[in-house]
Structure formats: structure tokens, C-alpha cells
Write a protein that binds this ligand. Structure first.
Ligand SMILES: Cc1cc2nc3c(=O)[nH]c(=O)nc-3n(C[C@H](O)[C@H](O)[C@H](O)COP(=O)(O)OP(=O)(O)OC[C@H]3O[C@@H](n4cnc5c(N)ncnc54)[C@H](O)[C@@H]3O)c2cc1C
Length: 428
């Protein structure tokens, strides 16, 4: 079937943050843009399902207040953002230790002062480290000498015990890398954001962010259930046989999917992965919306969060929703994984765990690009002719970098169309 829509200026492949952001900035310049996504919903990796009155995010996911790109597109107040507890509850040996962020929650600092997993010397070093991060700008972090995160913490003088029982759990809950082999710059960027500012969750789930972005696009800009097979000189070919021509094409998918569409793309396809198991319970295992981190080397569970303690509408009345995240590779099938996790968490929270009811398990194979080294950070790539790439695979796995990639790719495309004299008129 050949359908030629010569009226489309730019085809964007992928309706995640990168694709929606690209479309938003191109439409602002007056271009006719269509976003095609293979799935039945927009949002890419950041979607929310509604099941039996529960809101299930595709993995535990937060909005970072230190970021700036999203507010350029939508009015953040419409999201009903609420901040999670600034700090962490560590499960260390068989005790819970509360580490609140002294810059954001001074009132709760005492438990951290007395926590026995870290020496006093390292606690002081940690305080100095967080002040140093506060003073360092994001652009100066990117200019620092690159090394593995593990090497960085060792060089900064932190003991193995502090690295294992504090930094590993924090970093692994943010970027799903427990080995600390990812780029030190990447970890510092995350830690700066986590230590200096609040992180929050929208009232109606992480998926409501992409839904709000679509409202900023022209009507009928997004076409779902439209999988792109390839791109050729004739146009963009879809798996149902459609062929659509446009003046430019932007691939805004993860690195693996991008290579399937255009095998010559030079992108690193290594990624981190995570599984999130959701349970319902009448009795939440903790009293505040705090990230609970496994600070022990053993165990499958990496981190636990109860979103219904932040937004009651994440669960039906009288119920709570528990998100259990696993990043350790394992050979277990779903039933075995659930059973194992429940036994493990009974050791954390007591026998009440046996009454939890399993709702759904998400296995996210491509969670974030795995970055051992971040050299020249780029946010947009002109692949060839009229084909461009936008996505977090170019830089780091965050909503912020995906949105920025979309913005810079839109600028790149406009420049190309101007140079090629393919635009009759452009809005200022
Ligand atoms: C569990 C988890 C937790 C995270 N936590 C955070 C966090 O707390 N804070 C943060 O800032 N970031 C977080 N991230 C990272 C953030 O979600 C991503 O960086 C961001 O969503 C990437 O957006 P994207 O548009 O580049 O790609 P994607 O979201 O992957 O979107 C790509 C889209 O392309 C579509 N597609 C693929 N192939 C085709 C094809 N052939 N044809 C048509 N469409 C196609 C897909 O269906 C998808 O919708 C997290 C990620 C995960 C998985």
C-alpha cells in the first residue's frame, strides 16, 4: 500500500519525551509534524497503567526539580507534583537507618549522625562532598576528568564500607548500575540533582507528563500503533506497508530500536535494566514516601517505594501500592521471583508481607543507556541526508536529556531545511 502525504514536513518516529519535544519545537516554527509510535500509548518508557484502581508507573520514576526543560513546554502546576522524602531509608544488616538530606530536611538529621554503617570521618567527608557538589555547576561536572564511579569515590577517600552501603544503593536506585562501572560524571550529575533539590511524582502518574505534552501539540499530531520498518529514499516505510514521504525524518527511539530502523546508526546499544513488581496491601511497610534501599550485598531487592503514601490516588481507598525494584540479573521465572522477593521482604518488614497481593510485574530491558564514559556530550545527531536522531542514547538516561535532545534536534532540522531551501516560510 502506498500512501504519500506530501504535506508532512517532518516525520518523528517515537512518542517518548524526545519525540514529543522535537515535534513541539518544530510545530512552534509552523511546520507540519506527525509523530508515529509503534505502541498503543504515548510516553515511551515513562507510561502509567491503570489497573483495578491502582496507578502503575512503568518502573519507579521521578521528576527532578533541578531540571529546566519540561517547564519550557508545559505548565508544571497542572501535574500536581508532590516531593518524595528528601533522603533514604537504608536496610543495612537487619536494621533500618534513615539518612535524611541535611540541606532539605534539617529536622531529621539525628538518625544519620548515629547510623553505624559509616564512620564519623566519612560522614564529615560526605557533608563536604555534598557542599562541593552544590557549588559545582552541571557544565563543570561534564568537564571533569572521566573515570568509573567506583574509582571516583575511592579517590575521594571514601571507605569501601561507605561505598558499598551508601553510594552503591543510591546510584543503583537512580541509574540501575550497582557495579559502579558507569561514568563518574553521570553519577555526579545524578547526585547533584538528588542532594540539592527535591524529586517528585505527578499526581496521576509519570505517564501524565507525556499526556500533558501532547496537549501542547496541534490536534491529531500523534499516530499510535504505527511501527516504522525502515527509511529509504522513497520515504518512511511502516510494517503495515504504508509509505509516507516527508522533507525530514527524526528517529526518536532508544538505541536498539533506532538500529532496527537504520542499522548504520553509530549508537551504543548497551543499557541497564530493571524489573518492578507491584503489590497491594492494606498496611504500608513504611510511614513516609521515602526510597527504601538495600544496603546489603546479598538479596535480590534493590529498592522499594510506596507511591500511595505520596499520592493517595495511586491506590483505591483503604489500600496501598508497593513498588519493589530488582536490578540483579537472575534466572527466576515471574512466580519464583515474586515468591523470592516476598520471603526477602518479610525479613525487612515482618510477616505482614505474606498478605501482600501481587498486581503486575514490569521487566524493562532497556531502562537507561549504560555509559562507562561520557566524552563529548551531544544531544542531536544528523545521520545522513534528511534523517536525524534524537534521544537519551546520545547523552544520559534522563527525561531532561531526552527533552533537550528533542529541542536541539528541532533546531538542527530547521537549519537543514533552511539550507536545503525546503521551507517556504517559517514562524519567527
Ligand atoms: C524504570 C525507569 C526509571 C527512570 N527514572 C527516571 C527518573 O527518575 N528521572 C529521569 O529523568 N529519567 C528517568 N528514566 C529515564 C527516562 O525515562 C528516559 O530517559 C526517557 O523516557 C527517554 O525518552 P525517549 O523519548 O528518548 O525514549 P523512549 O521513552 O524509549 O521513547 C521511544 C519511543 O519510540 C517508540 N518506538 C520504538 N521503535 C519504534 C518504531 N520502529 N516505530 C515507531 N515507534 C517506535 C517506542 O514505542 C517509544 O514510545 C527512567 C527510565 C526507566 C525505564
Amino acid at each position: 500500500m502506498l500512501v504519500s502525504e506530501n504535506t508532512i514536513d517532518v516525520i518523528v518516529i517515537g512518542g517518548g519525551f524526545s519525540g514529543l519535544s522535537t515535534a513541539y519545537y518544530l510545530q512552534k516554527k509552523g511546520l507540519n509534524v506527525k509523530v508515529f509510535d509503534a505502541s498503543g500509548r504515548i510516553g515511551g518508557r515513562a507510561k502509567t497503567d491503570q489497573i483495578d484502581g491502582f496507578l502503575l508507573d512503568w518502573g519507579t520514576h521521578f521528576y527532578h526539580h533541578s531540571t529546566t526543560e519540561l517547564q519550557k513546554i508545559i505548565n508544571l502546576t497542572k501535574l500536581g507534583l508532590e516531593n518524595i522524602y528528601p533522603g533514604y531509608l537504608l536496610r543495612h544488616n537487619d536494621k533500618f537507618l534513615l539518612y535524611s538530606n541535611p540541606m532539605l530536611k534539617t529536622i531529621d538529621v539525628f538518625p544519620a549522625i548515629f547510623a553505624n554503617n559509616i564512620s564519623i570521618k566519612d560522614k564529615l567527608r560526605l557533608f563536604g562532598f555534598s557542599l562541593k557538589l552544590k557549588a559545582l555547576s552541571y557544565s563543570n561536572i561534564v568537564k571533569q576528568t572521566e573515570m568509573s564511579t567506583l574509582q571516583y569515590f575511592k579517590r575521594a577517600g571514601f571507605s569501601k564500607q561507605t561505598i558499598d552501603t551508601l553510594f552503591k544503593p543510591i546510584i543503583s536506585s537512580a541509574i540501575f548500575d550497582r557495579s559502579l562501572q558507569s561514568s563518574s560524571k553521570l553519577s555526579l550529575l545524578f547526585l547533584k540533582s538528588l542532594f540539592n533539590d527535591f524529586v517528585s511524582l505527578p499526581k496521576n502518574g509519570i505517564g501524565s507528563i507525556a499526556e500533558a505534552m501532547v496537549k501542547e501539540l496541534a490536534p491529531a499530531s500523534v499516530c499510535l500503533k504505527s511501527r516504522v520498518k525502515s527509511i529509504s529514499e522513497e520515504g518512511v516505510e511502516f510494517s503495515d506497508g504504508r509509505l509516507i514521504k516527508s522533507k525530514a525524518v527524526v528517529i526518536a527511539t532508544n538505541a536498539i530500536d533506532a538500529k532496527k530502523i537504520c542499522c548504520k546508526i553509530d549508537l551504543n546499544t548497551e543499557s541497564t535494566h530493571v524489573s518492578t513488581i507491584y503489590f497491594e496491601t492494606e498496611h504500608p511497610p513504611v510511614s513516609k514516601p521515602v526510597m527504601v534501599l538495600n544496603a546489603n550485598e546479598h538479596g535480590l531487592v534493590n529498592h522499594v517505594f510506596v507511591p500511595s503514601l505520596l499520592h493517595a490516588n495511586y491506590a483505591p481507598k483503604g489500600k496501598h501500592l508497593v513498588a519493589v525494584n530488582i536490578i540483579k540479573s537472575n534466572e527466576l521465572d515471574d512466580d519464583e521471583l515474586i515468591a523470592e522477593v516476598m520471603v526477602e521482604l518479610s525479613g525487612w518488614f515482618g510477616l505482614q508481607v505474606k498478605d501482600w497481593r501481587h498486581i503486575k510485574t514490569y521487566h524493562i530491558k532497556y531502562a537507561m543507556p549504560f555509559k562507562p564514559i561520557i566524552d563529548d556530550v551531544e544531544f542531536t545527531k544528523h545521520l545522513k541526508d534528511n534523517i536525524f536522531y534524537a534521544g537519551d542514547a546520545l547523552s544520559i538516561g534522563t527525561m531532561e536529556s531526552a527533552l533537550r535532545s528533542g529541542r536541539e534536534t528541532a533546531e538542527n532540522v530547521i537549519q537543514y531545511l533552511k539550507n536545503e531551501k525546503k521551507l517556504s516560510s517559517l514562524n519567527k
